[in-house]
Design a protein around this ligand. Structure first.
Ligand code: ZN
Length: 289
């Protein structure tokens, strides 16, 4: 099953994506794809409900905005330097334990929304990533049991302002959290659709030029290990998002580095998780500014 959300900012609704590509409005189900939904066995309840109601679901018009595929979670936990080639290009050592950092949940946006470059930004960068969505509350979960707590997967662009992240002292949180820095989707694919999350091609282009081109097979730490590892330090709640790190080819890794400017178009994809696209816009030029 593929879960989607749609509609204007602040008035998003829940839906599903059919195999033929049609978006269907599941408002009649009465729930959003959020902590309460996932935490109350919502995926099973929805599957059952659809058996009776699928045929009658209204179709979502093509021009309606795609929203983030899950509602704002309690946290977005990211993994740093989880691809060997990316660790090398940043000059960082291969981590002996996963590096984890947070991204603000207010950075979450739809997969085709504009990227708003922060005021004063000169070093905004891209990162195509496989995101994992948690299905049930867990802490201290064993690696062997961890997949029982995964609802599914989504495409994520972990945008980063490198000056904020690396030149302003302290944690990476500062450089990862601006509004629009976490386009998630177009859809959440449930685990049955992605039998092996460690063999997915992923890529990213800027203005059509291929920047990142890799496979999740290159990840240092896999999904069950990461879920288990993070749960040693915090309780994971239903709907929480874990972003599993990015392969080589980010702007920071070029010599000299290459960063985004207004007008740039960023496109990215992962096997089975669709394609997303963002256009970089100066903060001052955003709609309503
Ligand atoms: Zn990242």
């Amino acid at each position: 099953m593929k879960l989607i959300r749609f509609g204007p900012v602040g008035d998003e609704r829940a839906g599903i994506l059919d195999a033929d590509g049609a978006r269907r409005d599941t408002s009649a189900f009465g729930e959003d794809w959020d902590e309460e939904f996932f935490g109350s066995d919502g995926l099973s309840r929805l599957t059952q409900w659809l058996e009776e109601h699928h045929a009658a679901l209204p179709r979502v018009a093509d021009d309606v905005r795609w929203a983030s595929c899950v509602a704002r979670p309690s946290k977005i936990v990211c993994i740093g330097l989880n691809y060997r080639d990316h660790a090398r290009e940043t000059g960082g050592a291969i981590p002996v334990e996963p590096i984890i950092f947070a991204k603000s949940t207010s950075s979450l946006v739809g997969p085709f929304d504009d990227l708003w470059l922060p005021p004063g930004s000169t070093k905004t960068d891209w990162e195509v990533e496989l995101a994992v969505v948690i299905s049930r509350r867990t802490s201290l979960v064993a690696e062997a049991d961890a997949m029982n707590y995964v609802a599914g997967y989504a495409l994520h662009n972990d945008y980063s302002e490198r000056a904020f992240q690396l030149e302003h002292h302290g944690q990476w949180f500062k450089g990862k959290s601006w509004d629009t820095f976490a386009p998630l989707g177009p859809w959440l694919a449930t685990c049955d659709e992605i039998p092996d999350p460690h063999s997915l091609k992923l890529w990213l282009t800027v203005n059509g030029e291929r920047m990142q081109d890799s496979s999740t097979a290159e990840m240092i730490y896999g999904v069950p290990f990461l879920v288990s590892y993070i749960s040693q330090f915090m309780t994971l709640l239903p709907g929480d998002v874990i972003s599993t790190g990015t392969p080589a080819g980010v702007g920071l890794g070029f010599k000299p580095p290459r960063y985004l400017v207004p007008g740039d178009v960023i496109e990215l994809a992962i096997d089975g998780l669709g394609t997303s696209q963002q256009r970089a816009v100066a903060w001052e030029a955003r709609p309503g500014a």
